[in-house]
Design a protein around this ligand. Structure first.
Ligand code: LLP
Length: 418
């Protein structure tokens, strides 16, 4: 693919240069059609059995995007009280919210219980706490079914090297606690990790999980988690996850389960975050300096690790396109370049020695696939303001969906001077 921006018509009727001029840079830009199409796809991962997709809002919790998930009929999972509050504000009813925390204090669980939101407990200790707060209640338990997957060890969330879930060997201890507090485990959930294009480990985890589920007699829901990957190397024609094949293989496993469970099946659930929003978001940033340092060429932009943490944190690859005077620069006559941000760290790099078309001062860079874990992981490091977020709506026009932070926002938490 030569240009994702052009081939997908990402900016609709708008020009990236006009958006940059109107809202400043760095600016996150989302495409509504792209996000809705991905949300529709996750809602159909299982069609043969009772199923509900849950959007995992840690990937992107912009209120407008949450409302799209609501309209697309998705439920949602939340990791914190903040995420539960946002979902309620977006209009999700409590029965459409699933709280999947780890290591929280009493108040967050209490908030969920007070709002009739189903809670998943990630350890025996947290289950005990739930029992004290809500004796006689219903809950979910997160189980580590032994298989992990993901693009980096930091995001593998099952298997032997992770803090998450109750280990399979401890499952029987769950029942000592549920008996003590008269709690019903109405759901079990797992999450293997994040960003896989080969679904094999996930499907293996599904099989393990269904085997473990036999120990739980009262299940109303079985939640397999998220992690569905997207092609971050799309300009090099990386293939996307084959959803049709995934769907078929997933349902074959469920066929076996259904055959051995005549009667009412539990509601199956998933929890994808990235898949819904990653490809529907880009970041526009301005190039302020192009220079040579010890034989290496650097393009210095305003997209620092405060704006997009993924490359610094996980060495993640994001494709980047160059825009000059509103036109996408063709990918030819490539030269290797480091593209950096404006943060006071040498690790503040969007890419290293990357073959790119010639870049000039004043160009815009457009970082692709930034819709997931982009804004939601951005920070105020170096006392920089968090970016604005703009949506290209289905009619091709643009709409501000979060204003840029101001210095007043940033300083508001300090006590008043006397
Ligand atoms: N459910 C649970 C319990 C999770 O912990 C996560 C992600 C998800 C669902 C959604 O996973 P997804 O479908 O988005 O892969 N910041 C990292 C990703 C961290 C994911 C953490 N948990 C990144 O930028 O790659």
């Amino acid at each position: 693919m030569n240009s994702f921006i052009l081939e997908s018509g990402f900016f609709g009727k708008c020009n990236p240069e006009e958006i940059a001029a109107k809202y400043g840079t760095p600016v996150y830009v989302y495409n509504e059609d792209n996000i809705r199409a991905h949300m529709k796809a996750v809602a159909e991962v299982i069609s043969k059995y009772p199923f509900r997709a849950n959007y995992s809002i840690k990937a992107n919790s912009n209120l407008s995007i949450l409302k799209m998930a609501l309209e697309e009929g998705l439920n949602a999972d939340a990791l914190s009280e903040g995420e539960m509050r946002l979902l309620l504000k977006a209009g999700f009813t409590p029965d459409r919210i699933f709280f999947v925390p780890n290591n929280v204090d009493r108040s967050e669980i209490q908030f969920a219980v007070d709002h009739d939101i189903m809670v998943s407990l990630d350890s025996l200790e947290q289950l005990e706490l739930f029992g004290q707060i809500n004796p006689g209640g219903k809950c979910s338990v997160r189980i580590n079914s032994g298989v992990g997957a993901g693009h980096h060890e930091k995001v593998v969330t099952a298997g032997k090297k992770t803090k998450f879930g109750v280990a399979e060997e401890d499952v029987d201890k769950i029942f000592d606690i549920t008996k003590k507090y008269n709690i019903t485990v109405a759901e079990i959930n797992q999450h293997v990790g994040s960003q896989y294009l080969d679904p094999e480990p996930f499907l293996q985890a599904v099989e393990n999980f269904l085997r473990i589920s036999e120990k739980f007699p009262d299940l109303e829901y079985i939640d397999f988690g998220g992690g569905y990957g997207i092609p971050y190397h799309k300009l090099d024609d990386e293939a996307p996850l084959d959803m049709e094949d995934f769907h078929k293989r997933f349902e074959l496993i469920l066929d076996k389960y259904a055959a051995s469970h005549p009667g009412k099946l539990p509601l199956f659930k998933n929890e994808p975050g990235r898949y819904c929003v990653a490809e529907g978001g880009v970041i526009l940033g301005r190039v302020y300096a192009v220079k040579q340092n010890s034989g290496k060429k650097y393009a210095g932009t305003d997209i620092g690790m405060n704006v997009l943490a993924r490359p610094t944190l996980y060495d993640s690859w994001h494709d980047i396109e160059v825009i000059r005077k509103g036109e996408v620069v063709e990918r030819k006559d490539m030269e290797e370049i480091y593209i950096t941000g404006n943060i006071c760290e040498s690790g503040d790099l969007l890419c290293k020695d990357r073959p790119m078309p010639h870049i000039e001062q004043g160009d815009l860079v457009c970082v692709l696939d930034a819709g997931a874990y982009g804004y939601s992981m951005s920070s105020n490091y170096n006392t920089r303001l968090r970016a604005a977020e703009v949506l290209i709506t289905s009619d091709g026009s643009e709409k501000l969906i979060r204003r840029r932070e101001t210095f007043e926002d940033l300083f508001a938490c300090f006590p008043e001077e006397d």
